[in-house]
Design a protein around this ligand. Sequence first.
Ligand SMILES: *Cc1c(COP(=O)(O)O)cnc(C)c1O
Length: 454
Amino acid sequence: MQKKIFLDESEMPRQWYNLAADIKMQPPLGPGGKPISADMLAPVFPMNLIEQEVSTDRWIDIPEEIQGLLKIWRPSPLIRAFELEKALGTPAKIFYKNESVSPAGSHKPNTAIPQAWYNKQFGIKRITTETGAGQWGSALAFACSLIGGIECKIFMVRVSYEQKPFRQMLMNTWGGKCVSSPSNETAAGRAVLAAFPDTPGSLGIAISEAIEAAVTDPTGETRYALGSVLNHVMLHQTIIGLETKKQLAKVGIKKPDIVIGCCGGGSNFAGLAFPFLYDKINGADIELIGAEPYSCPTLTKGSFIYDHGDIARMTPLLPMYSLGHNFIPAPIHAGGLRYHGMSPLVSAAVRENLVTPIAIHQSECFAAGMLFARTEGIVPAPETNHAIAATIREANKATLEGKEKTIVFNFSGHGLMDLVGYDKYLRGELSDYELSDAEILGNLEQMKDYPKPN
Ligand SMILES: *Cc1c(COP(=O)(O)O)cnc(C)c1O
């Protein structure tokens, strides 16, 4: 019985799948509540990526140079989790798509490489971004170093900068310039430092700094990059699901019964799930499950509204599930899932009942990750643990029903730089956080005068 299912490099997909061709989307809105034009985004993103952002073409070619760079680690293996199945005593067949094999250790380079490449094509010399725990920052630094001729500037949330020095070292190793945010380099950063010199920083502040650094560069050769949420990011990630389909076919599986991913901004879930969602829209019986943290329940307890992508309200209003742009999630270890909003494409799929969201507590997730590490061997990222916990729930259901279901989940990254979370779990020091409905509603109150999506 085959454990690892590989594709030959010649079988790597040559096009990305764009869900925007198959689902109804409402436009992002600018100041005054009017749909924004491509021109309004031009100071922030290069025009070739803006074209992808607004495209409704179903298939978009992956440029050959990008295919060449993705081959450093792609196609990634699809692995049958025999040992986990055995430990659970389940008749379910569990497969995981191992995105932790990328040099940065997660799925994020799948979009970092194309984003750096399109920026370079457009003549951009410098890319700015923010990073929380450091996964996106290291993926982009890696991509810029491979593409060459692009400087990568990363504003890293201060508390992570101090607590997670290894990600910072990784960024520097790939030639990125990582600074602690708030910094003295931007007006936004200086204002925060003057008012709150001891602030731990936040993703909201770091986004404001990164966008400001891009749009105020007088040479016009700097742009900003975002690692999730936006349509073009979901697009680039679909190579994950497109490969998975071919791999399942190799072992005679026509379609999985259940597809699972964890949800932060939505990109690794979308990457695996959207190609299967295409089949579902065309009649296939596939259940798609997005797993999020109980402490940041964007899809399960947030509202579908127009909201900003950042605390400083520098982004347009996006039609998405949100807990409110001012929402500061509890300090759980899955830093990549601590985001108030959700990809508008994933949000649209949830709203049309094509995707089932669930929320899981951090302790159940770490227990699941621990079982995975001790059976399959790979230590998962704390974010990935949400997908594993959801998979275990579904496998246990299959056991009760006595059904031999096929479950595929996205193994979005490894946790070798997140061992502090595991250490706390082993010491019994990990807490679960739960938000009251009143807290959530109170936070959403702030958006009551915003335009409403239909
Ligand atoms: C960033 C990250 C996530 C969450 O981001 P999405 O855009 O929702 O995928 C999940 N897993 C890992 C390993 C990450 O680095």
